[in-house]
Design a protein around this ligand. Structure first.
Ligand SMILES: CC(C)(COP(=O)(O)OP(=O)(O)OC[C@H]1O[C@@H](n2cnc3c(N)ncnc32)[C@H](O)[C@@H]1OP(=O)(O)O)[C@@H](O)C(=O)NCCC(=O)NCCS
Length: 179
């Protein structure tokens, strides 16, 4: 039994992902690490249950402050990925959406569907003006999702963050409430 889940079809569900699920989250990140680590800094630091709990607690704190959110995607009751608002600024009405998925769960449209729910909520319920999507330019699967969501590529922030000890550019894609 779960509280507050959203069906994504075919036995897939979007559910809250909370600190009490740290062991399950750590095991999932372990399984998917080789696939996630080239793109997501946290895939390298979430290496055990304690680190997973600390990561999820940061999101729980952000959620309590109205400044972020995290959800998991379960497929046949196995945690396979998720969606998050890495930032959520109600004052400026701008948020950034992030996603990840186990390679075995790719290619079913789970992320596109879950992301659409997140974007709908941000625009319709929270009155956000702009939902951003940040991706390194060579992350073709991520950019394909941004395109599928109808986002526009606003530009490139050069050398804006460090990923696996290399300074990386980031493409900023965004959807506006009026789009
Ligand atoms: C980015 C990532 C989440 C994308 O996963 P994904 O499964 O490709 O994304 P979607 O859920 O949108 O699925 C799209 C695929 O499902 C297919 N699909 C099937 N049914 C679909 C449907 N109803 N709607 C949309 N797509 C559907 C699409 O054709 C597409 O397949 P293709 O890639 O072979 O063309 C995944 O590659 C990942 O975790 N990468 C590593 C982490 C990462 O880069 N995160 C983002 C950092 S910015």
């Amino acid at each position: 039994m779960t509280l507050l889940n959203l069906s994504l079809g075919d036995g897939a569900e979007l559910r809250a992902l909370e600190p009490w699920q740290a062991a399950e989250f750590a095991a999932h990140v372990d399984r998917a690490r080789a696939h996630l680590a080239p793109w997501l800094p946290w895939a390298t630091t979430v290496v055990d249950e304690a680190a997973a709990r600390a990561f999820l607690q940061r999101y729980a704190d952000r959620q309590a402050a109205g400044a972020g959110r995290i959800y998991g995607i379960w497929l046949a009751d196995v945690l396979v990925g998720g969606t998050l608002f890495r930032t959520f600024d109600a004052a400026s009405r701008v948020c950034e959406l992030g996603v990840w998925l186990d390679p075995d769960a790719q290619g079913r449209g789970l992320i596109t569907l879950a992301a659409r729910h997140m974007i709908d909520w941000a625009f319709r319920v929270r009155g956000m003006a702009r939902v951003e999507w940040w991706s390194v330019p060579r992350n073709a699967r991520s950019i394909a999702v941004a395109q599928r969501l109808g986002m526009t590529r606003d530009g490139t922030l050069r050398s804006v963050f460090e990923l696996n000890v290399v300074r990386e550019d980031v493409e900023v894609w965004a959807l506006l409430a009026g789009d």
